[in-house]
Write a protein that binds this ligand. Structure first.
Ligand SMILES: Cc1ncc(COP(=O)(O)O)c(C=O)c1O
Length: 401
């Protein structure tokens, strides 16, 4: 449970929330505790601990690292403060955050609705794995609340979408979604990885759970794998039980890096917002670019929702290079600053041709059927000087045949 003063601003929360002021050995920085198990002084202390039915991290003591430990507890409280959530659960990766949330809320003979534009691995998990446990899955167009109304069945338990989505950065009317889902008794989960709590806090609109790949913007330095689930305490208490059985808990050393990364979250994301918007505008006016997707460009299909919900458009820009698969590959091979790599949210700009990075195993026809254009480039903009990035993309586009 977050103990952050409600009047603290965003950067103050990023730096201080979740940490005790007086730390072990008078350390300034939250210490990294790496022990897997915790000592009881005597049998009486153990009995008192068990009688109180304490689990996880309780006050200053823990029992066993899979059930919680100090560095993780501090980081969970900071994340809860940033998202304005009652509680947070750290997990080993973004995928495990999604998987554990869904496994906790779904079961035999239940139904899940998710959206078509999304991280492919999440869709694969839902479509290929969940049916083994008796869950049926409907995939509907992102943001389409009529399609949602049509897809709902008496046993629908969960609606899952990203906000914005990967790679077309589509949005959903969160207030309308939450209201409709509540009427139908359906829990809503938003994967808010691309936005971060700097740009949107979906819980404020009535969404039940938020998940993030903390690997991305939250940790922010491309050197940690982690995930987080955020929501109200009751719901999270039941999800924690699932995590403790699956054991996909976050690694303490990674969480130490995550706590450090969070201190600069708003600085980094504000810069990435600015850089990405400037780049998106540059690309939108470039004769060798066919189309740009960025939520704060007026021609984005969800521009009005972006204006209503988003503080900033985030650090990802997707665009189609004129001329098809080959031209996009040539362009990517000519850029000098962004690295060709999967992922997003770090300090370095990354660039990828989406069908090759994430849909390589599919035929061109199958990719098209999934809405993936052969010439689609996804750029995760870093914190470099934007004029350098523009000059780099410009020279790469100028060299195209
Ligand atoms: C939107 C989104 N959600 C979840 C994930 C999975 O996160 P992780 O790689 O931390 O498991 C990713 C990873 O790329 C992602 O882009």
């Amino acid at each position: 449970m977050s103990n952050t003063p409600s009047d603290w601003g965003y950067s103050t929360r990023s730096v201080h929330a979740g940490e005790e002021r007086q730390k072990a050995y008078k350390a300034l920085v939250e210490p990294l505790v790496t022990t897997a198990t915790y000592v009881f002084e005597n049998t009486q202390e153990l009995i008192e601990f068990k009688e109180a039915q304490l689990w996880g991290m309780q006050g200053k003591r823990a029992e066993y690292a899979r059930y919680g430990m100090p560095t993780i507890a501090a980081c969970e409280q900071r994340l809860a403060a940033l998202e304005n959530a009652q509680d947070a659960i750290l997990t080993a990766s973004g995928m495990s955050a999604t998987m554990i949330s869904l496994m906790a809320l779904l079961g035999q003979d239940t139904h899940l609705i998710m959206t078509d534009d999304s991280y492919r691995r999440t869709r694969l998990f839902c479509q290929n794995f969940l049916p083994k446990f008796g869950v049926t899955v409907s995939v509907i167009p992102t943001g389409d609340l009529h399609a949602l109304a049509n897809a709902i069945q008496p046993n629908t338990r969960v609606y899952f979408t990203e906000f914005p989505t990967n790679p077309y950065l589509r949005l959903t009317d969160l207030s309308a979604l939450a209201e409709f889902a509540k009427q139908k008794g359906v829990k809503t989960i938003i994967d808010s990885t691309f936005a971060t709590p700097v740009n949107i806090r979906p819980l404020a609109y009535g969404i039940d759970l938020v998940v993030h790949s903390a690997t991305k913007y939250l940790a922010g330095h491309n050197d940690v794998l982690a995930g987080v689930i955020l929501g109200n305490s009751d719901l999270l208490a039941s999800i924690r039980q699932v995590l403790w059985s699956f054991g996909a808990v976050a690694d303490a050393r990674g969480v130490y890096e995550l706590l450090r990364g969070l201190k600069t979250l708003s600085l980094r994301v504000e810069r990435q917002n600015e850089n990405a918007l400037t780049l998106a505008r540059f690309l939108a006016n470039h004769p060798k670019i066919e189309q740009v997707w960025y939520p704060l460009l007026e021609n984005h299909p969800d521009y009005l929702l972006a204006q209503r919900y988003l503080h900033g458009g985030g650090g990802v820009v997707s665009f189609a290079v004129k001329g098809g698969l080959e031209s996009a590959s040539q362009f990517i091979d000519r850029v000098k600053i962004p690295f060709i790599a999967a992922s997003l949210g770090g300090l370095e700009s990354l660039i990828e041709q989406h069908v090759l990075m994430s849909y390589f195993d599919l035929s061109p026809e199958e990719r098209t059927a999934q809405g993936m254009r052969e010439n689609l480039v996804r750029m995760a903009v870093g914190i470099e000087d934007v004029q350098d990035l523009i000059a780099d993309l410009d020279q790469a586009l100028a060299g195209l045949a």
